[in-house]
Design a protein around this ligand. Sequence first.
Ligand code: ATP
Ligand code: ZN
Length: 465
Amino acid sequence: MTTIKLHNTRTRGKEVLDPLNPDDVRLYLCGPTVYDRAHLGNARPVVVFDVLYRLLRHVYGTDHVTYARNFTDVDDKINATALARKEAGAPGSLEELVQERTEETISWYLADMAELGALEPDHMPRATAYIPQMIAMIEDLIAKGHAYADGAGHVLFSVKSYKDYGALSGRSVDDMIAGARVEVADNKRDPMDFVLWKPSTDELPGWDSPWGRGRPGWHIECSAMSHELFGDSFDIHGGGNDLMFPHHENEIAQSCCAHPEGDFARIWLHNEMLQVEGKKMSKSLGNFFTVRDLLDQGYPGEVIRLVFLQTHYRKPMDWTDKKAKEAEATLRKWRALTAGIEPAPIAAAAVIEALSDDLNTAGALAELHKLSSAETAADLLASARILGLLTDELGAWTQDEDHDLSHYENKLFEARHLAMETKNFAEVDRLKSTLLDAGVEVRMSKTGVELVPGPAFDASKLDAI
Ligand SMILES: Nc1ncnc2c1ncn2[C@@H]1O[C@H](COP(=O)(O)OP(=O)(O)OP(=O)(O)O)[C@@H](O)[C@H]1O
Ligand SMILES: [Zn+2]
C-alpha cells in the first residue's frame, strides 16, 4: 500500500500516516462561519483538503474515508448581519433573519466550492444541531475541574488546568498572550481563560442550559462535533494556520481534558495563507474578493483550482492574473488532448508518489506535464483526476470554445475593402491590434479573413471593437 507522509504541526515534522482504522480514515476540517460569501482565501483549505480526501480515497478505498467539515452557524458576525437587515426594515424576527442568512450563505458556499471541483464532505455538521452535545461536554469539563461558571451566564475554560496548553504551536502561554489580543475580563480567573458558553438575549438565537439561556463559544463547537462524529481519537485535523492559535489550541485543551483516554486528532495539518501584497486575505482587512467575483469575471473554477495547486499548501501564495492565464492555457491544452478519451485504469505512480509526499501538488503537476502528449493522454486524464482536474463536472468552460467570430471577420473584411480604396489603413490596424490583444490569430488572404481564437483568448476584450 502507498505510504502517505504528512507534515504534522504538532511534531513539526513529516510523519507517516498510520490510520487508527484503515477501513475508516477520519479527517476533520474547520469550516466557515456562515455570515457572508467565501473569499478566495477561504477556498484554499477547501481545495487543499479536497486533494487530500481524493488521495486518501485512492489509497484506502472510496468507502473507507470519512471527511467532516462543519458550518459555524451561530456567531456574533451572523447576528450582526441579521440586526442590520432588521434595521433596514426586513420583515421577520431576528432569529428568523439569522436563519435566513445562514441558509443563504451555506447554499452559496456549497455552490461556489462545487465550482472549484471540491467533493462534498461526508458530514457537514452545523453547530446549532449539536448544542446538547456541547452542553454535555461543558458540564463534563466543569465536573473534571477544567472549567467554571461565573454565575452570570458564562462558562470559562481554565487554561492553567491543562498543562500541555500551547503544545501545538510550540509557544509558551506568555508568548501567546503577548502575540494575541487576549481579553482581560473581570469574570476570568486568568487572562488566557476562554469562553465555552455565554448568555444570549431573548431576541437572538439561544438555548436553555444549566447556566441560563445562552449559546456556545466557537471553540467548543468543533470539539463537540468531531467527538460526536469521530469519537475520542481520529486521524487528521485540518484548517488554515491562522486557526492554530487560539482556535486549535483551545479545541485540543477542551477535547483532551474531556476525553483524556483519547488522542483527539493525531495529525494536525495547516495550510498557509492566500495573501494580497504580503498580507493575509481577510474580511477584517477588507483586502478580499470572493470566489463568486472571480467566477463572474469569467475565471473558470477549474482554472482557480489549478492556480491553487501550483503552490505547496504550506507556502503563502498570491493570486495573479498571469497565473490564471497560464493555468487556463495548460487546461485548454490538456482538455484538447484528452477529449473523447477514456482514462487509464490507474493514475501514474509518479503522481501518487508526489501527492503522498506531504501533498506535493506542484510535483504532481510537473508529472502531469510530462504526460501531456497524445500517446499518454489516457494516463494524463486518470492522473489529473486524482487532483480533481479534467473531471467531467468541471469541463463545461472549454466547450464554449466554438466562439462565433464571423461578425468580426466580416467587419475586418469590409474595413480592408474600404481601406484599399481610401488608402487609409488606420481602422484595419485598429481592428487587428484589438483582435491580437484579445488572443485571436488573424489570417488574411485575398479571398477573405479568418479569425482563430488562441489559448489566451479573452472574449471580453472584443467589446472594444
Ligand atoms: N487568506 C486565507 N488563506 C487561506 N485560508 C484562509 C484565509 N483566510 C481564512 N482562511 C481559512 O478559511 C477557513 C474559514 O475561516 P473563517 O470562516 O474563520 O474565515 P472568515 O472569518 O470568513 O475569514 P477572515 O479570516 O477573512 O475573517 C479557515 O480554515 C481559515 O483558516
Ligand atoms: Zn474548528
